[in-house]
Design a protein around this ligand. Structure first.
Ligand code: ADP
Ligand code: MG
Length: 348
């Protein structure tokens, strides 16, 4: 906590701060080995992790913040917010080929609202249980609503870096793409018209209640991976730029849900546009050598996660060193134009 916050917190909510931590955040613990890993839990000035942990695994760390008005609508339910705040962090750990085990929570609250806190804590607990992680510390301050989570993961197989994709790799994505962007559109329309949230429940769920695709950490044929938070084209381009390669994608192979197709028909929009540039799906995009395809497909099948091979990687074209993605049947100009449109996302 910064000094200024400390005075404000101590002046304005001394007992409440400890009460809030105790009531809502002191027992969210679902990492199965937590008793062996956590030397000092919530309650002291800092958590302490046992050194044994780091003798057999790399520590993988990332953080993500959600601010009201920037990353979520003020009307978003605290339960869903708790789920989403943790899920987006778990997804980053998953995309590094790692497994999360612990997280910290920095919560900035405009006031102490026990109903809000209870529901938020329930959402957080739901996601912590689903992903097997433990809350080990954090900070609680007063200010405009913001939720910042830092998450720790372990990797025993080496991290999946964006820069490690290889020529000849296949490119695959999990699940389906564009659903969350369509869900966002529905939520936005309800927000703007002041009406209650209704519409296609599947698409809304995909926006409000994303799932992180854990379970691929042990897959050893994979070269690079990214989670699709900003849109397939944009995120795939991160891999291509970092690895100095060009992706050749067949848009017909992009997995689009029947719900997205129906929604797009109603809206007189092209569902492929949602699939290509819609953000917040939190699906994974892998690149891997073709001979690893059977084992990746087996792994996905065992996890019950759909997997679609959508393209391949080659060297960059020397005459177009800045063209990182080719879409079959599309001109480079039409790709640029689509990317330029973006989804005017609240978040980006
Ligand atoms: P300090 O004043 O030393 O920063 P705090 O009063 O902020 O300590 O926190 C006391 C304990 O509660 C610490 O272990 C801290 O990690 C934990 N904590 C504070 N806020 C949260 C939170 N939102 N979620 C989980 N743990 C928290
Ligand atoms: Mg503190």
């Amino acid at each position: 906590m910064r000094r200024a916050d400390r005075h404000e917190t101590l002046d304005l909510m001394p007992i409440e701060e400890f009460d809030v931590i105790h009531r809502y955040f002191s027992s969210i613990s679902y990492y199965s080995d937590v008793a062996n890993v956590l030397e000092v839990p919530i309650g002291d000035d800092a958590a302490v992790l046992n050194r044994q942990l780091f003798s057999h695994a790399d520590l993988v760390v990332c953080a993500d913040t959600l601010c009201e008005g920037t990353h979520f609508f003020p009307s978003m339910s605290p339960f869903l917010l708790g789920i989403k705040a943790l899920t987006v962090n778990v997804s980053d750990i998953a995309s590094m080929g790692a497994t999360p085990f612990a997280f910290t929570l920095c919560l900035t609250l405009p006031s102490i609202d026990h109903k809000w806190l209870r529901e938020f804590s329930e959402g957080l607990t739901f996601a912590a249980q689903k992903y097997g992680v433990s809350l080990i510390g954090g900070d609680t301050t007063r200010g405009p609503l913001a939720i910042s989570i830092q998450i720790l993961g372990q990797s025993q197989h080496g991290a999946l870096r964006r820069s490690n994709a290889q020529v000849g790799d296949l490119i695959a994505v999990t699940g389906s793409l564009g659903d969350a962007a369509a869900g966002f559109r529905i939520a936005q329309a309800c927000e703007l018209s002041g009406s209650i949230l209704e519409g296609n429940a599947y698409l809304l769920d995909r926006f409000q209640r994303p799932t992180a695709r854990l379970g691929f950490a042990a897959f050893d044929g994979c070269h690079a991976c990214i989670d699709i938070s900003d849109g397939f084209l944009q995120d795939l381009e991160h891999i291509c730029r970092a690895s100095n390669l060009k992706a050749h994608i067949d848009p017909d192979l992009l997995p689009l849900s029947s719900e997205l197709r129906a929604f797009s028909r109603e809206q007189k929009q092209n569902p492929l546009h949602y699939g290509l540039i819609g953000g917040e799906d939190y699906e994974l995009c892998f690149t891997f050598s073709p001979n690893a395809q059977p084992s990746l497909e087996l792994q996905a099948a065992e996890l019950g996660i759909a997997l679609s091979v959508v393209g391949t990687l080659t060297d960059l074209n020397a005459s177009e060193p800045d063209t990182f993605i080719a879409l079959k049947g599309w001109t480079p100009e039409s790709i640029q134009e689509l990317k330029g449109k973006g989804f005017q996302h609240f978040a980006h």
